[in-house]
Design a protein around this ligand. Structure first.
Ligand code: GTP
Ligand code: MG
Ligand code: ZN
Length: 219
């Protein structure tokens, strides 16, 4: 008799991630997975991007948090469609949650969905969620050794945003080391130096992002 084999969760996640990708491709929606430590500036970057791109792109947001709806509240106040995912303790988002949440959006009227992943430099990188590309944020106060210590996050990202660049004078943070570490792992990654507080570097990042999104939604 043929033995039934149940796949491990990571493999199963890959199948669901492919299904999310297929749905979003059909609707011409680009999915961006935004990752980084707690407090690195994920929400700040997403709200900055909304302000810069909302006149040219129809934007939606999925906010992932262990508890509460603080970040979703901020996005909602901007008049942007948003759904809060509460993982109830889980430290990453899986594709199945995204698949379920797509039904809460009017996908015909959205060009890009940002997913703010759970604040964590480790396992979010292990789970594809149907994204077209990934943005990893590392903020200056976290320290310049993080790429070496948490390589998967930075090896799999399409862009690294070094955020809180305005804090550079106050921390021992070698930004060239970080850039080199990322490029050693991942030669294709784009590196941006950004402060969502002063706006430094944010226009460059927004312009790269909008080009990537345009390629996806016109394909
Ligand atoms: N100085 C400075 N502070 C920043 C910058 N970006 C964000 N912050 C501050 O950093 C703190 C955390 O920012 P958030 O955007 O909430 O970070 P987050 O990654 O979304 O945090 P979680 O959702 O809790 O994981 C806030 O107090 C922000 O005002 C920046 O570029 N410079
Ligand atoms: Mg946040
Ligand atoms: Zn996890």
């Amino acid at each position: 008799m043929e033995i039934k084999i149940v796949k491990q969760i990571l493999e199963w996640n890959e199948d669901v991630s492919d299904a999310v990708k297929a749905t979003l491709s059909e609707k011409k929606v680009c999915l961006v997975n935004v990752m980084g430590s707690p407090g690195a500036g994920k929400t700040s970057l997403i709200t900055d991007i909304i302000n810069r791109l909302r006149d040219t792109l129809r934007i939606g947001v999925i906010e992932g948090d262990i508890a509460g709806a603080i970040d979703a509240d901020k996005i909602d106040k901007m008049g942007i469609p948003v759904v809060q995912l509460q993982t109830d303790g889980a430290c990453h988002i899986e594709a199945m949650s995204i698949q379920h949440m797509l039904s809460f959006f009017d996908l015909e009227n959205i060009d890009v969905l940002f997913v703010e992943n759970i604040g964590n430099l480790v396992c979010p990188a292990e789970f594809n969620i149907g994204e077209d590309f990934r943005v990893a944020i590392l903020s200056v106060p976290e320290g310049d050794d993080k790429v070496e210590k948490y390589p998967l996050m930075f090896a799999t990202t399409d862009a690294l945003v070094m955020n809180k660049y305005d804090m550079l004078p106050y921390f021992e943070f070698d930004d060239k080391r970080v850039e080199q570490n990322v490029l050693d792992l991942n030669g294709k990654a784009k590196v941006f130096r950004v402060s969502t507080k002063t706006g430094e570097g944010a226009a460059e990042f927004a312009s790269w992002l909008s080009e990537r999104i345009a390629v996806k939604i016109k394909s």
